[in-house]
Structures are given as structure tokens and as C-alpha cells.
Design a protein around this ligand. Structure first.
Ligand SMILES: NC(=O)c1ccc[n+]([C@@H]2O[C@H](COP(=O)([O-])OP(=O)(O)OC[C@H]3O[C@@H](n4cnc5c(N)ncnc54)[C@H](O)[C@@H]3O)[C@@H](O)[C@H]2O)c1
Length: 399
């Protein structure tokens, strides 16, 4: 069992896979397509970050590959359709940096309320400007959280611990945490919030959600934070509202257009404005988040390879099965057509096997069924299943 981890993935992933019996090779860099083609035979788990591209050609040259772990949030560096077609599971770590984003946002809210960006800049320019003018505590002020998902809810809890009043608006039916109050419309939230912080996802309908109309509806001298998605905010509008003094400050971590590579120039209408914090999309970028990602993704890879669990896979149907404690397990990935489950169960019945538990899930073109049974499926049945026209792969595990 060999795992190849690229791009300096955190050591915790190496340790976690080695503890599960994997022979782990860790490289500090990414590999090109040709290098991957050469390196992958014999490798069952591949770990990458955002700089390695896994193409259909790479997948075709990796006969032993079971899964690709993206030790990051995004998965667009992997040809997901090609991976699904070849029965290769892909995992990522969508929530491992939640706390990091929350801490950045809390720090920014306090910094904006104290007008620290201006003060810091002046000090570096050698100007001593000691004044309480425009500086506020955040205690007792109202934070309006738009998007009450993983990050929004955790921000809610931490902000309340600072003594802030929290209100939130979400298009989905989310329960309130602590003393937070749900607003039935975005306008209601904008009208009462001293700080508005966006934590919505990047669904297409959210493009341009926040523009002149929404900024106009915010309280005079309120502050604005966006660490969600750049395309959600009209930055020209925000600039106008900051210049007019209507918005007292803003912290932006994400932008409609972001430089592609390290060192590329950054352009934005928000550059050079007073009391505006600009950060290069680092909300989730901490050592702790990297460690958490290493732990999370290696756990998902191992659970898939060693027990057949596809829980939180980004491309295969989600079947969350625990470690097998006794008996035998059969995993069957197949095309999502009617009758597959019936035929599998016929085979099990023919040989008088007793099914202990069975879970089926489908996703788009594929279905995945995991069956735990007292006895293993006979070699003949396994061969028939593997050779069936709708089968992608059959795998077995024994306790
Ligand atoms: N800055 C960074 O480095 C960084 C790091 C991680 C995540 N993010 C971004 O933060 C955002 C939130 O992440 P998450 O993990 O909390 O996502 P999530 O999916 O858990 O939560 C998003 C919430 O927004 C709600 N929502 C969507 N559209 C809405 C709308 N128009 N109005 C109100 N509510 C709406 C959804 O119902 C959901 O509850 C995402 O856009 C993510 O990409 C940024």
C-alpha cells in the first residue's frame, strides 16, 4: 500500500497514513503531468494541493490509484468527471479552516472599530497621532452576519463572547446559536448592524449580491467585511460609500479578480482608501488549518481505502460506513441504472448469504452500494459482478 504526497503536505498526514500501514513518500514540490504518469503505477493514494493537475491522462496511467486527496479547499485541479468515470474517489477539506477565517474576521472588526489601519500607517510614517476620535469598542455593537453556515455560526459564537450583539440572515433555515437573532430579510439586518460580515457561499445567484443598494441600506458609519467570495461585492460601489463617509471602514480578503501567481500585481478600486484592510485571500491560511487539513483528508483517504467509506467525497456517492468489526464487506461502484441492487441481492440470496447491513447512494451517473455480510461473496459471484456491464469496480474487505 503506497501513498504519494506532493507539495509539502503537512507531516500529520504522513504520520496518520503510516500508522494505517501505508508506505508514504512525501515530496515538497508538485509533479508535472509526465512525472505523474511515471510516478503513479503502484500508488494507491495520491495527495496533492492546488499546484498539481490531475488529468484524464494521469488517471489512465494510474492502474492502482484508488483516491486523490486534495489537501486544500478547491478541487478544480482534478478532472472530476474523468476520476468518477474511472472509479477514483476525490476528497478535499472544505471546513478545516473555518476557525482561521473567524479569527481573521474578529481581528479585523476590532481593528476597523479602532481605526487601526490609519494609525499604523501614520506610525510607520513617523507621525504620532494619539486620539480617541472615531475609535470604538466592539462590545455592545451589533454584528450582522450574512450567511450563517460553518463560518457564520462560529463567528457568531466568538463575537458573542466578545460582548457583541449578533443578528444573522440566511436564505436557508438555520437555527440561531447562543443569543443570536435571525432576521427575516437582508434589509432588516442591514438597517441595524454596526458591522456587516459576509459568509455566503459562491453559488452563481450570489454574484453581485452586494452593491450600491445594499451599501445605501447600511447604517451610517457602519463597517463592512468580506472574507467569503470576491464576486459577491461591487467594489466600485464600496469605494464610493467609503469616500462619502457613509461606510466607516472595510476589510476585504477576497476580490472579484485576484492575481494568479505569487508576486503578480494586485489592482482594486479599494487600494489606498482610509480605514480599509486589504488581505491577499489569507482568511483560511494558517499553520493550524494546514494541520487540520492534513489530518482530515488523510483520515478520509484511509477510511475509503481501508473500509470503503466515501463520506464527504466530492465526486462519488456518499456512503458513510464505519470500520468493519466482523464479517465481510463488499463495495460495488456501478453506473446508476435501475436493477443493479436487485441483481446484487439476487447473487447474495443465491448463495444463501445473510446481509448484515447495506447502504446505497447514487450521484449523477454512478451508484455505490456497500454490503456487510456474514460470509464473503463467492469468487464466482465476485467475478460476475466485476464483469457486469454496469460495474465500475468491486472491492472486498474482511475484518
Ligand atoms: N477567505 C478565505 O480564505 C476563505 C476560507 C474558507 C471559506 N471561505 C468562503 O467563506 C464562505 C462561507 O464558507 P462556509 O464554509 O461557512 O460555507 P457554508 O456553505 O457552510 O455556508 C454558507 C451559508 O450561506 C448561506 N447563503 C448562501 N447564499 C445566501 C444569500 N444570498 N443570502 C443569505 N445566505 C446565503 C447558505 O444557506 C449557507 O448557510 C464561502 O464563500 C467560502 O468560499 C473563504
Amino acid at each position: 500500500m503506497k501513498a504519494l504526497l506532493l507539495e509539502n503536505i503537512h507531516q500529520v498526514a504522513v504520520e496518520s497514513l503510516e500508522a494505517k500501514g501505508y508506505d508514504v513518500e512525501l515530496l515538497s514540490r508538485s509533479l508535472s503531468e509526465d512525472e505523474l504518469v511515471e510516478a503513479l503505477p503502484g500508488v494507491s493514494l495520491l495527495g496533492i494541493r492546488s499546484n498539481t493537475t490531475v488529468t484524464a491522462k494521469v488517471l489512465d496511467s494510474a492502474p492502482d490509484l484508488l483516491a486523490v486527496g486534495c489537501f486544500c479547499i478547491g478541487t478544480n485541479q482534478v478532472d472530476l468527471a474523468a476520476a468518477t468515470e474511472r472509479g477514483v474517489a476525490v476528497f478535499n477539506a472544505p471546513y478545516s479552516n473555518t476557525r482561521s477565517v473567524v479569527e481573521l474576521v474578529i481581528g479585523e472588526i476590532i481593528a476597523l472599530a479602532r481605526r487601526l489601519p490609519e494609525k499604523i500607517e501614520k506610525m510607520h510614517a513617523g507621525v504620532w497621532d494619539k486620539s480617541a476620535k472615531g475609535s470604538h469598542e466592539v462590545r455592545g455593537r451589533t454584528l450582522g452576519i450574512v450567511g450563517y453556515g460553518n463560518i457564520g455560526t462560529q463567528l457568531s459564537t466568538v463575537a458573542e463572547a466578545l460582548g457583541m450583539r449578533v443578528v444573522f440572515f440566511d436564505t436557508a433555515d438555520r437555527p440561531a446559536h447562543g443569543n443570536a437573532r435571525r432576521m427575516s430579510t437582508l434589509d432588516e439586518l442591514l438597517a441595524i448592524s454596526d458591522v456587516v460580515s459576509l459568509h455566503i457561499d459562491g453559488r452563481p445567484g450570489n454574484a453581485g449580491l452586494f452593491g450600491h443598494e445594499q451599501f445605501s441600506k447600511m447604517k451610517p458609519r457602519a463597517m463592512f467585511v468580506n472574507a467569503a467570495r470576491g464576486m459577491v461585492v461591487d467594489t466600485e460601489s464600496l469605494r464610493e460609500h467609503i469616500l462619502s463617509g457613509h461606510i466607516a471602514g472595510a476589510a476585504m480578503d477576497v476580490f472579484p479578480v485576484e492575481p494568479k501567481a505569487q508576486g503578480d500585481p494586485f489592482e482594486s478600486p479599494l487600494r489606498g482608501l482610509d480605514n480599509v484592510i486589504l488581505t491577499p485571500h489569507v482568511g483560511g491560511s494558517t499553520q493550524e488549518a494546514q494541520e487540520e487539513i492534513g489530518w482530515f483528508v488523510s483520515g478520509k483517504l484511509a477510511a475509503y481505502a481501508l473500509h470503503g467509506s466515501t463520506a464527504l467525497s466530492v465526486n462519488l456517492p456518499d456512503v458513510n460506513v464505519p470500520e468493519l468489526r466482523s464479517g465481510h464487506r463488499l463495495g460495488f461502484l456501478h453506473r446508476n441504472v435501475p436493477g443493479v441492487l436487485a441483481r446484487l441481492n439476487e447473487m447474495l440470496a443465491e448463495q444463501g448469504d445473510n446481509v448484515v447491513q447495506q447502504q446505497l447512494a447514487t450521484r449523477g451517473e454512478v451508484g455505490y452500494v456497500v454490503t456487510d455480510a456474514a460470509a464473503p461473496l463467492s469468487a464466482g459471484s465476485l467475478e460476475r459482478l466485476a464483469a457486469s456491464e454496469n460495474g465500475l469496480w468491486v472491492r472486498t474487505w474482511s475484518a
